[in-house]
Design a protein around this ligand. Structure first.
Ligand SMILES: *Cc1c(COP(=O)(O)O)cnc(C)c1O
Length: 451
């Protein structure tokens, strides 16, 4: 469908996104109508499975627009959004600095197939902020960043084996789509149909927060330095440092997947906040400012294995896309150290209040935090690895909580294994609304009305 701009339409339509005329075809839609229509042409109606509400039930809201901490669905309903595109949005939706940067870049052409200044500027902004990371190469997603970093690790060490932690998510490349066995270190089993056993034959899956025994077959250990894809599971004190030592002892490389933590837990990421420096980094989400970007990086001599300098091939038609680099630069340029600290302080107060308000209604919850990242487990004890996250998820309480919150206009991630992403647009007043709603929902859950 082609829509011509109406006469007199502003050159930068984004600045008028909220009052643009609605397309005739959009007008009568409900969330249900849009979801039904999507399901006819998109498998499951979604382009990424968690969006389908499969684990919480109900019909997903279809978002028409967003601003700051809010999103509006096609029915005109507003939600206070703690999804924030699963962490891709840090400053809040449609932040003016990002919108203007993207519009400005788009007007100068959307992709060239030749180097453009934005790539170098974003790479500089990243390496400036991440001590020990001399170079990065830009890609178009976190998945690609991980795939490429693992290829570099294997190419540089001449070894095949990759160790990953159960419950950590590293995107959907075959090699990291491996499931663990019964909580002990096992050679990976395919974690998805369509992944042949051979693709994960060199992937070893071990429990999080437990330093594995490594040997000289291991090319690298990849870890989320704060696990944020099994709910939020921070590293126990000493875990990352001990992992660093275990890698060094056998000459294996340590890969931090900072696709979520990078430029979110602080001005750099976990490697700058926690003091443990990996050999390779993977970034994504925040560095694209809501556009598709990923990056992987490390020491110069490691990255020299990459083509065109070295024998490890890696490429991308849209890598370093000028819109995406402009958006990412706007975000990094806008986020000052003081803002990060203030946000972390806000989130710490929020987590305490959430725990208290739910506890007062008799619901035992764990509310882990890591910088501005926050999670919620319906569990009596802190969760430190995937088995604990799974048993907390199994009681089904998250779904009831999610539904009650959504009814009150609070959009939480639609599944118990996702972190929540309050960002710079979530003020104390906004977070207080979440607490108030959570208290009501907890009250209902603790003493359900007789049916
Ligand atoms: C989201 C995520 C990825 C994958 O990034 P995509 O952009 O979705 O491909 C990789 N690692 C972690 C830790 C993530 O959270």
């Amino acid at each position: 469908m082609v829509t011509d701009p109406a006469p007199g339409e502003p050159e930068h339509p984004a600045s008028h996104a909220s009052d643009r005329p609605r397309d005739a075809e959009l007008a009568p839609a409900t969330n249900q109508a849009w979801f039904d229509r999507a399901r006819r042409v998109i498998p499951g109606g979604v382009d990424s499975p968690v969006r389908s509400f499969g684990s919480v039930g109900g019909t997903p809201y279809t978002v028409e627009r967003a601003q700051g901490p809010w999103v509006w669905d096609v029915e005109g309903r507003r939600y206070l959004d703690l999804v924030q595109s699963y962490g891709a949005v840090l400053l809040g939706h449609a932040h003016r600095a990002v919108t203007e940067a993207v519009c400005h870049a788009a007007a100068a052409g959307t992709t060239f197939g030749a180097p453009s200044p934005g790539e170098t500027l974003l790479a500089e902004a990243i390496v400036e902020r991440v001590a020990g990371c001399d170079q990065v190469r830009l890609v178009s997603s976190g998945t690609e960043a991980v795939m490429s970093a693992l290829r570099v690790a294997r190419g540089a060490t001449g070894r095949d084996r990759v160790v990953k932690f159960d419950g950590c998510y590293h995107g959907h490349a075959d090699v990291v789509l491996a499931g663990g066995g019964s909580g002990v270190a096992t050679l990976g089993l395919p974690g998805s149909a369509g992944v042949p056993p051979g693709a994960v034959a060199d992937t070893v899956v071990v429990p999080y927060n437990d330093v594995p025994v490594l040997d000289e077959q291991v090319a690298c250990v990849i870890v989320e330095p704060v696990a944020a894809n099994m709910g939020l599971v921070p590293p126990v004190p000493g875990f990352l440092g001990a992992l660093r030592e275990a890698c060094d002892a056998v000459g294996a490389l340590l890969v931090f997947d900072e696709v979520i933590t990078g430029f979110r837990v602080g001005p750099g990421g976990m490697s700058t906040a926690g003091g443990v420096v990996p050999d390779l980094w993977c970034f994504g989400k925040v560095i694209g400012g809501g556009l598709p970007v990923g990056a992987f990086g490390g020491r110069r001599e490691l990255l020299e294995v990459l083509a065109p300098e070295g024998p490890v091939y890696q490429a991308g038609t849209l890598s370093g896309n000028p819109l995406a680099t402009a958006a990412g630069l706007a975000v990094l340029g806008h986020a000052a150290a003081a803002d990060y600290q203030a946000l972390a302080d806000r989130v710490a107060r929020f987590a305490t209040a959430l725990r208290e308000t739910m506890g007062r209604r008799g619901l035992a919850v764990q509310v882990p935090v890591a910088g501005p990242l926050v999670g919620l487990f319906f569990a009596d004890e802190p969760v430190t690895e995937y088995a604990g996250a799974r048993s907390a998820a199994a009681n089904g309480r998250y779904s009831a909580f999610f539904a009650g919150m959504l009814q009150r206009g609070i959009a939480l991630p639609p599944g118990p294994y996702e972190a929540w992403f309050p960002g710079f647009s979530h003020t104390d007043a906004v977070l207080d609304e979440v607490i108030a709603a959570a208290g009501e929902v907890a009250g209902e859950m603790a003493s359900p009305r007789p049916s």
